[in-house]
Each structure stands twice: as structure tokens, then as C-alpha cells.
Write a protein that binds this ligand. Structure first.
Ligand code: FRU
Length: 479
């Protein structure tokens, strides 16, 4: 009898082969974004540059377009633009992970690549167990499972997962997404001297700690790092109620800027800010690359947010990742810019200087396209400046209300739906349009909107309009 691990991997590869034609025939397959070869992709995992090569693993359910016992799929890249699909890194074959090798992170140490992840186990009644696990690789391709390295501490429910590991002054630290028995979301901290033995240090932050009141019933996918002289905690809290224009998605993803006191294990921080203002952004993960850049990639979706209504399900696949973004801190704000490597995708440059849009609609026939980047610079916005892309996404800036709005046609019910953010001034817009996604960087990454959109395949339209005069310089590249 073959062992469980190779059986599972083989079954997944067979599914890829059997469905290849169906999946690849989908007009909504993206051109430049990371997707599953079949089935469902969710969180980015184990993002790292190791020995020059970027590795990005992903939560993967090969056998259906819903969630379940996840694998770790694996992509690698030399440039963050061209990605190669690698053999499956982890399959849920052992007792401590039989219902999923859930999210986690990677660390290079002792000349080996170490993956930390959550072993998810469910019994016949659906009751969960959770284990923080380790797998080690010498070549970055084949992983040797070392089993459970951290058990569930007292005081938490079994919603305890997504270890993110980093090194600080000769010690390793691990932050884990958690729910206490009082059903509040927390980020739990551990430390280790050898990566195998982990000591529980307590909650570093969470709902009803520090300056936070009630702040969610579960915190998923925490990520804690040092950037530009500050510490940043990124987390995906579940259970925040909509608040004006904030927290409009089913679950949120955002950050706190502060300082981690390594002596007390407490993270002292300011307010929570959503990372992305669009519809589809969750479970981001960061890494520092060999150039010293802090780079973020996120899942371009949100759990339980009409996932079952995605049109790509008909072709046996669902979901994608965002483009990689470089992070920096300006004041108290985390700024996200597309990594400069994406410039390598630019083709057929068009430059249109000093475009003036006054009252009536301007169809930019020469700037139409399917997959492209738009750059609007030196914008002097009139009262109500609009860009409609493929009749499916509409970007709108109201100078009067100081509000930026993204509206799309919902793939769930065909109705228009919007997300908004406050914006004092609009000076620059960088927009990446792929076959079924849009990523909008405002004022060099001061705000970002990410969304899936499913326009008619033939629609290539771009229409500008403005109340009063809007003036800007436009560049456009096919990608
Ligand atoms: C976030 C998440 C994680 C978990 C993984 C399972 O989307 O729920 O908390 O590890 O997905 O796929």
C-alpha cells in the first residue's frame, strides 16, 4: 500500500490533469496573477526569498471549489513577476493535520527552509483540535515533516492558528491567531531558541486588551514585523460590525502601528486601519526580501463573502492573489506600492498629456484594452471625476465630499455595490486591470482598492467623465 502522503499528492495531480482544459478555457483566468491550477486557493503562506528565489505557498483545496482539508501549493519566482508552479509542498496526510495543513509562514535557518503551519483536526462531531507544526527542507522543494512543535495553551478555544515566525536578537518568535474561551480575538506570542521548542508568552494584543474594546471574536493570520523604526501588527479580525464607510466586507484585514515590548511580550499600539478599501482582500502575509524590502501579498477574496457565487466555479477553479506590494510607513500610515518589478510587464506605451475632461463623457478609444496598467499623474480633479472600466468597475472621486468610491457590478446578484474611503486630495492613480481583477493605488499607495470584476470578455471600454474640469496626464501600458 502506498503511503497516505503520496496518495493524496497523486490524487491532486490527477485532478489538475483531468481538469486542465476546463480550467484553462475560462475567459476569467488571469494573465499575471497567481491562481490554483484547479480547485480553491486561499491564503498566501510561507512567503520568503531564500537563496535568491522567492517562494510563495498557498492554501489549496484541489478537489473542489470550496474549503476543506487544505494542501500547501507552491510557486517560486526569481523576479516576483514570472512564477513557476512547483510540486506540492504539504499534503494533509498525518494525524495532526488530517483536516488541513492550514496557514503559516517560512523561516530560513541552519541553511534550511522551515515551514510553520497549523495542523487542523476535526472529529466526527466537527470538534476541532489544533497543532502548530514544522516541516523542513534542504532544497526548498521537498519538505520533511517534523510534527507538532506547539500545543494549544490554556484559555483558548481550538480556533488557534496561522503561526508567523520571525527572528529578533538571536531568538525566534511566533505570533498565532487566536480566540479565547470568552470568544474574543487575540494574537498569542511564543518564543524559541531552536525552532522546535516553543514557550508560550501570552497574548501580545487583541480584543479587550490595551486600547481596544470589543474587537472581533477571532483574529486570523497575524503578522508582526519591524518597519521604518516601528513595529506593525497586521491581522484579519472577524466579527467587526460595519461602521459608516468602514468594515464593509464580511471580515476585515488591517494593521496597528506600535511597539512590541519583547520583555513583557506586549504590543503597545494605536488604532486599527484597514489595509485595503476594496471588496476582495484578506489574510495578507509579508516577508523581507534580500533587497531589504517588506513585501506583502494577500488573498484576493474574503471568506464567506459570496464565494459560492463566483462565475469561475463553472470551470472548476476559484480565487487569486493580489500583486506583490512594497510596504513603508508614512506617519502612522502603512503605504503600499506595487513592486517595481511589475514595470517589466509594460508593453506598448501610450502617453497622453494634459487630458481635459469637462462635463460630457470622454471615451478613450485609444486607451482601451483587456489587461493593462493605467497611470494618471498631476491630476487636478473637478467636482465629480469618474473613470468607468469595462462597464464593470467605476472609480469616482468627489472633491466636494473628499471621498473616493469604487463601484462594481456584483457577481452575486448583478447589482451595483460600492466601497469608499476618505481622501483629502487626489493627485495620482495607478490602476492594474487584469481579465477579472482591478487593483487601484491612490497617491502612491496612500490608499488601495482591490476587487474581482467579471466584465464581458469583449468589453475593453474606458470612459472618463467629470463635473467641472478635470485635468491629468495619462500613460497606459498593455501588460
Ligand atoms: C483564513 C483561514 C486561516 C486558516 C486558513 C484555512 O482565510 O481561515 O485562518 O489557516 O484560512 O484555509
Amino acid at each position: 500500500m502506498k503511503n497516505r502522503d503520496s496518495e493524496l499528492k497523486e490524487a491532486a495531480y490527477q485532478e489538475v490533469e483531468a481538469s486542465r482544459e476546463t480550467v484553462e478555457s475560462d475567459p476569467y483566468r488571469l494573465k499575471h496573477h497567481i491562481m490554483p491550477p484547479v480547485g480553491l486557493l486561499n491564503d498566501p503562506n510561507g512567503f520568503i526569498q531564500w537563496k535568491g528565489i522567492y517562494h510563495l505557498f498557498y492554501q489549496w483545496m484541489p478537489f473542489k471549489t470550496g474549503h476543506g482539508a487544505k494542501f500547501w501549493g507552491h510557486y517560486s519566482s526569481r523576479d516576483l513577476v514570472n512564477w513557476k508552479h512547483e510540486p506540492i509542498a504539504l499534503a494533509p496526510s498525518e494525524w495532526y493535520e488530517k483536516d488541513g495543513c492550514y496557514s503559516g509562514s517560512a523561516i530560513a535557518a541552519f541553511d534550511k527552509l522551515h515551514l510553520f503551519y497549523t495542523g487542523n483536526v476535526k472529529d466526527e462531531n466537527g470538534d476541532r483540535e489544533t497543532y502548530q507544526c514544522l516541516a523542513v527542507s534542504e532544497d526548498g522543494i521537498h519538505f520533511d515533516k517534523k510534527g507538532v512543535v506547539a500545543e494549544l495553551p490554556d484559555g483558548y478555544t481550538t480556533h488557534f492558528r496561522d503561526p508567523k515566525v520571525w527572528e529578533h536578537e538571536g531568538k525566534w518568535y511566533m505570533v498565532v491567531g487566536a480566540q479565547t474561551k470568552e470568544l474574543v480575538g487575540r494574537a498569542a506570542l511564543f518564543s524559541s531558541l531552536d525552532l522546535y521548542n516553543w514557550e508560550y508568552l501570552g497574548d501580545t494584543a487583541g480584543s479587550k486588551t490595551g486600547m481596544l474594546d470589543e474587537f472581533g471574536y477571532m483574529w486570523e493570520c497575524p503578522d508582526l514585523f519591524h518597519l521604518n523604526g516601528k513595529d506593525v501588527l497586521i491581522v484579519s479580525p472577524q466579527g467587526l460590525e460595519p461602521d459608516g464607510i468602514l468594515y464593509q466586507n464580511v471580515y476585515q484585514s488591517g494593521y496597528f502601528v506600535g511597539e512590541l515590548d519583547y520583555k513583557t511580550a506586549k504590543f503597545n499600539h494605536g488604532k486599527f486601519t484597514e489595509l485595503d478599501r476594496g471588496f476582495d482582500f484578506y489574510a495578507p502575509q509579508t516577508t523581507v526580501d534580500e533587497k531589504g524590502r517588506r513585501i506583502l501579498i494577500a488573498w484576493m477574496s474574503v471568506p464567506d463573502q459570496d464565494e459560492d457565487k463566483h462565475p469561475t466555479i463553472a470551470n472548476k477553479w476559484i480565487h487569486t492573489m493580489t500583486f506583490p506590494r512594497k510596504l513603508s510607513i508614512k506617519g502612522e500610515k502603512l503605504v503600499q506600492e506595487p513592486v517595481e518589478e511589475l514595470k517589466a510587464l509594460r508593453k506598448n506605451e501610450q502617453v497622453h498629456e494634459h487630458i481635459k475632461v469637462v462635463n460630457e463623457e470622454v471615451h478613450m478609444y485609444e486607451a482601451e484594452g483587456s489587461v493593462y496598467e493605467l497611470l494618471l499623474e498631476h491630476i487636478k480633479a473637478g467636482d465629480s471625476f469618474k473613470i468607468s472600466i469595462k462597464k464593470n468597475a467605476e472609480l469616482h472621486y468627489s472633491r466636494r465630499d473628499r471621498l473616493f468610491t469604487l463601484t462594481r457590478i456584483s457577481y452575486a446578484d448583478g447589482l451595483r455595490e460600492s466601497r469608499k474611503c476618505h481622501l483629502a486630495e487626489l493627485t495620482k492613480l495607478q490602476v492594474f486591470v487584469d481579465t477579472s481583477s482591478i487593483e487601484i493605488f491612490i497617491n502612491d499607495g496612500e490608499e488601495v482598492f482591490t476587487a474581482r470584476v467579471f466584465p464581458d470578455a469583449e468589453d475593453r471600454s474606458i470612459v472618463f467623465s467629470s463635473e467641472r474640469e478635470t485635468v491629468f496626464d495619462l500613460k497606459k501600458w498593455d501588460l
